[in-house]
Design a protein around this ligand. Structure first.
Ligand code: TA6
Length: 300
């Protein structure tokens, strides 16, 4: 299943979008459509902004991000693939896999009904095979409209099946993380990465009162971030994602990350659409898997 996407130069850009130089000299597609504005960097196919018309941006970005080739952008929606977190058998491998460190190919920028869909792709090469032997191609379609729709398609272009972890590691902007709650995970079991990866059960809604790093298992359902400070609700619906990660670094971890402002932790929470840990994906030779996140916001 070798698909040669169009070359960037062949792409006819609609009037609602342009390729511009963004932070750190990195190129991005800037979308300004009737329904929304948004941005996606070619580095890592990294969404960094989605602002529905008449509303505030829902995506958080650190003021301290590296904005350097080969380094992950801090904030936005990092794509984690083909592993999540540290690589178990290679401690020196990049955290969350390598695709967020690569420049992806821009394949299409298509306007439709007041929204714009940007399509990017990347595939296995000699560099990726240093870390992971599989033959693969990823195609990522992001629709910037009244909803933000992010769809990651994993194609196995090789002759044997492979297992992989994947995550859309979305950083959401909140007024004060100490005052939000997350609904939709009640009674779910989760792995608590701040407590020796013990498995626990979620009692009631999720609130953030300390460093929080949880992998909620068997959670294909939608979740909602309720933010009384920004007076909005952010709904995250998912397709083909069986787990949900909730992360806030809190005080000490924020200070320990050079690309994360010491006091920035109060303004963000990650709610991640993923298939990781016990629910990684298995993709047979020449087959595909598609995981999708649909983000909506509404006023409280
Ligand atoms: O998704 C939560 C997490 O796995 C945390 O453990 C923390 O490491 C976070 O991702 C950020 O990872 P990064 O490699 O982007 O610094």
């Amino acid at each position: 299943m070798k698909s040669q996407g169009p070359q960037e130069g062949d792409i006819v850009m609609p009037r609602e979008a342009e390729i511009v130089v963004g932070n750190g000299g990195l190129r991005k597609v800037h979308v300004h459509a009737a329904e929304a504005e948004g941005e996606i960097y070619l580095l890592g196919a990294h969404v960094t902004s989605w602002k529905p018309a008449g509303r505030q941006d829902a995506i958080w970005l650190s003021e301290k991000s590296w904005w350097e080739d080969g380094k992950p952008i801090r904030g936005g929606v990092p794509i984690c693939f083909p592993w999540f977190g540290p690589k178990k058998d290679a401690p020196d491998a990049p955290a969350h896999g390598f695709v967020r460190l690569k420049e992806w190919q821009l394949e299409a920028v298509e306007p439709q009904d007041g929204a714009v869909t940007v399509t990017l792709s990347t595939k296995s090469d000699a560099t990726t095979k240093n870390w992971w032997a599989a033959d693969f191609e990823l195609r990522y379609r992001v629709t910037f409209g009244s909803k933000l729709v992010m769809s990651l398609e994993v194609m196995n272009t090789g002759n044997s099946s492979f297992g992989a972890e994947e995550a859309l590691h979305t950083y959401f902007a909140v007024g004060d993380v100490r005052q939000i709650h997350i609904a939709g995970l009640e009674d779910a079991h989760y792995i608590d990465k701040t407590d020796d990866r013990k498995e626990k059960k979620q009692e009631g809604k999720v609130s953030i009162t300390a460093e929080t790093d949880r992998v909620y298992l068997k959670t294909s359902q939608a979740v909602e971030i309720v933010d009384p400070v920004l007076r909005r609700r952010i709904r995250v619906r998912k397709e083909n994602s069986r787990e949900t990660v909730v992360w806030n670094p809190w005080i000490a971890k924020s200070k320990a990350m050079p690309d994360f402002g010491d006091d920035e932790w109060t303004g963000m929470v990650c709610v991640e659409t993923c298939n990781v840990v016990t629910n990684s994906i298995e993709v047979a030779a020449q087959q595909k898997h598609r995981m999708t996140a649909v983000i909506e916001t509404e006023s409280l």
